[in-house]
Design a protein around this ligand. Structure first.
Ligand code: ADQ
Length: 740
């Protein structure tokens, strides 16, 4: 199915988003096609037109006859490389206006009081995601890369993965991913997270959104991240930050074009004040438009010397006009504009010039390059491309100032802007006054630095970066899949086992032969395991060694009768049948130190509910599996740091295992313990080592090349050559080893 060596650049990229980059309407039976407005389509259209990708989405219209459908589909395919997904009025009402824009949009922007949670809208949301899934399945070639966009299609990655397990799927969220405390309000939060985790690569605009996603995955699904990757069974999902860029050159070039120059003259003639302030927004409650207006009003009030010398141009593009809250917002804005213009009524001066429509590119660029100050102060915004478009147009002009909201994703990159709290009207009014007073040199410097940055990390770098990461993840996935001990490897291992005269099986216990439980004492070997070990041991060619971090009394009690050999406390104690009793691997090991270190662990236990201390003969272990997962990890790292400082220069070492911090004598580990068998005079011709924990890596590290090493659970950062998914699979493997 895969062609891993095919150059990633050559692959077809299939984009899926709610809207196509063009909107279709019909007038007197004729199709009318206009570019869709919005951050996602504006930015991605540049990429789509340069790389011949296919775009799947809603065209804005449903065909009325088969002739109409044919004409529509041919036009979209031939002229725009687009493939339509048709949505009925009821789908649109419940999936688009409903679940997407009355549940997810407000929730993800921290407007939880605006949210509705309606089960039938959720059902339609699932149904529409299925519609997209079917369309993709019909269309995809095995070599394609699928790139799914935004909050309308959060379930699509997993739906597609179920039908096409080998597909290469990327997902990018254009809006914020909220903090776990907000996200958890969603009744279908687990389903949404699972849906996203169907992708190979998940991208967010800022590191904060990425962090929030990790936190939700951990707390709501119990899925930990390791080096930015989340384990999704037999795949790793990479989660990364990709701050979206724009086609900066296109805007910069436009400023000097005759069409834009002409527009600028027209603007300067119609707005005949000394300075212009500009805002450009989709009309949406997240954009903080009433707050912009109130800040401008306050500015005029506090700095009356600017009256009659300045105009605030407020450009709003209509959006979601069928949603009642948006209609209300529109009338609030109309009223505020009327109030401000009425209040400062002077013949010949209009303080606020309000335009409620979508502007053609040239006119928009002309406004950007004319404005002395851009007021980009959304209450919450995934990124905000307007800020970047303004900077690209000011690059040549260099006279502008950007006032930017701290809650826009763009603020993470544009620190030279005048950063404000968008709910603090007084602060914004001051920022306007400050912005207008900045000396020209400083303006040029600030704009120059930011413009440089957005030119470098533009929309093409952004898409390349995303696609490159997706390709890398795909190659890793193919390689890792080949490491799962299935099919031909199972046969091979059986064959080697059968032919061998002397076999050594080094097996970890917890997490490898038995599944992990909340507390160590809840785990006991069951009769099946005893039977498996007994059968293996009965073969005289076999030596079975259980290598565990457990106390030796537990092991002796549980496994003593099976005749297996044992290593306890990560290698401190050894039990060999030839020796007949337990002995210390490092004679002279002491344990008086436990007395002085116990209080340190006790302090951490008191501060971390759910954690507890386990005392072994030559080790102390602090378990934190049952703590709040984030606090547990933080405290474990703190404890490791504290102990490393305390123990430097002593004969003790600290070990961070699977939800356990352990102190034990240095010179003792599972690897060194394994050498007691590996380096014996026995002519081993079959060696198998299986483990799930970081401490088992020490065993893998000392194995000879011919050994079979198996990691239980899918964590690619391992020295083991193969993977098995669970302790059940380990048992199946052991049971399947042929009798000789
Ligand atoms: P949007 O919420 O749509 O995008 P934004 O990033 O600001 O927000 O993009 C708006 C786009 O619409 C800009 O390209 C702008 O030029 C255009 N636009 C606005 N008003 C216009 C007008 N009157 N006429 C013509 N064009 C107009 C979502 C997220 C953002 C994120 C983007 C991209 O909400 O946070 O930055 O996706 O990921």
């Amino acid at each position: 199915m895969f062609a891993p060596n095919k150059n990633i650049q050559d692959k077809r990229i299939v984009i899926a988003s709610n809207r196509l980059p063009v909107s279709v309407t019909s007038k007197n039976g004729n199709l009318q096609i206009t570019p869709s407005v919005g951050g996602l389509t504006t930015a991605l259209s540049s990429f789509h037109s340069k790389k011949a990708s296919l775009w799947v989405g809603w065209p804005g219209i449903n065909p009325t006859s088969s002739q109409h459908k044919k004409e529509l589909e041919e036009t979209l395919q031939n002229n725009f490389n687009c493939l339509p997904v048709y949505l009925s009025d009821s789908d649109l009402r419940k999936y688009y206006y409903g679940f997407s824009n009355r549940t997810l949009w407000p929730l993800f922007h921290y407007f939880s009081s605006y949210c509705t949670f309606d089960a039938s809208e959720w059902e339609t949301y699932q149904k529409v995601n299925q519609l997209f899934c079917r369309k993709l399945v019909e269309t995809l070639h095995p070599d394609d890369m699928v790139w799914i966009h935004d909050y309308h299609l959060l379930l699509l990655p997993e739906m597609l993965r179920e039908i096409m397990p080998d597909a290469t799927i990327g997902f990018f969220l254009h809006i914020p991913f909220p903090s776990m405390e907000i996200f958890r309000y969603l009744p279908w939060r687990e389903e949404i997270l699972q849906g996203m985790l169907g992708a190979d690569l998940i991208g967010f605009h800022t590191y904060d959104y990425t962090r929030h996603f990790f936190s939700s995955a951990l707390r709501l699904l119990g899925k930990e991240q390791t080096y930015g990757k989340i384990n999704a069974g037999s795949r790793m999902v990479t989660v990364e930050t990709f701050p979206m860029g724009i086609d900066a050159e296109k805007f910069t070039r436009a400023v000097t074009s005759p069409a834009v120059k002409k527009e600028k003259i027209r603007i300067q003639e119609s707005v005949n004040t000394e300075k212009i302030i500009l805002s450009v927004d989709r009309l949406d409650f997240t954009k903080g438009i009433p707050e912009h207006l109130k800040a401008f009003e306050r500015f005029l009030e506090k700095y009356p010397e600017w009256q009659e010398r300045i105009t605030y141009v407020l450009l709003c593009v209509p959006s979601r006009t069928k949603v009642q809250e948006y209609q209300q917002l529109k009338s609030d804005i109309d009223e505020l504009v009327g109030k401000i213009n009425g209040r400062f009524n002077v013949p010949g001066w209009l303080p606020v010039l309000y335009m409620y429509r979508s502007l053609p590119f040239e006119e928009l660029s002309a406004f950007y390059s004319t404005a002395d100050l851009a007021l980009v102060t959304p209450l919450r915004d995934g990124m905000n491309l307007v800020a970047k478009e303004y900077l690209a147009c000011q690059d040549q002009v260099g006279k502008g100032v950007l006032v930017l909201s701290e809650t826009a994703g763009a603020a993470a990159e544009l620190s030279e802007a005048v950063i404000v709290n968008p709910r603090n009207i007084e602060m914004m009014a001051e920022a306007i006054a400050f912005g207008l007073s900045v000396p020209d040199d400083e303006k040029r410097e600030r704009i120059g630095l930011m413009a440089q940055r957005i030119k470098k990390y533009n929309i093409f770098r952004w898409t390349d970066d995303f696609i490159h990461h997706l390709g890398r993840n795909m190659e890793d996935r193919i390689q890792n899949q080949q490491r799962f001990l299935m099919g031909k490897y199972q046969n091979e291992i059986h064959e080697c086992y059968k032919l061998a005269g002397k076999r050594l099986l080094l097996l970890d216990f917890d997490g490898t032969l038995v599944t992990l439980k909340k507390r160590p004492e809840q785990v006991r070997p069951d009769s099946e395991l005893i039977k498996i070990l007994g059968k293996l041991k009965a073969d005289p060619k076999n030596t079975i060694v259980i290598i565990s971090g457990r106390d030796r009394n537990y092991l002796a009690d549980w496994l003593g009768d099976t005749g297996v050999e044992m290593v306890a406390e990560h290698g401190a104690w050894i039990y060999k049948s030839t020796h007949g009793d337990w002995y210390l691997s490092e004679p002279g090991t002491t344990n008086q130190w436990k007395e002085s270190l116990y209080p340190v662990l006790e302090q951490f236990s008191e501060r971390t509910p759910g954690s507890f201390i386990e005392e072994k003969t030559y080790a102390l272990a602090w378990h934190y599996r049952n703590t709040d997962p984030e606090i547990g990890d933080i405290r474990a790292n703190e404890l490791v740091d504290t102990l490393r400082t305390l123990l430097s220069g002593t004969h003790l070492q600290v070990l961070l295992g699977n939800k356990v911090v352990e102190i034990k004598p240095s010179g003792v580990d599972k690897g060194k313990a394994s050498l007691k068998w590996l380096e014996s005079s026995e002519p081993w011709d079959f060696i198998l080592a299986v483990g799930d924990d970081w401490t088992d890596e020490d065993i893998f590290a000392v194995l000879p090349e011919k050994a079979w090493s198996i990691k239980v659970g899918f964590i690619p950062f391992t020295k083991a050559d193969y993977f098995l998914k669970s302790s059940n699979d380990v048992r199946s493997l052991l049971k399947s080893l042929p009798s000789t």
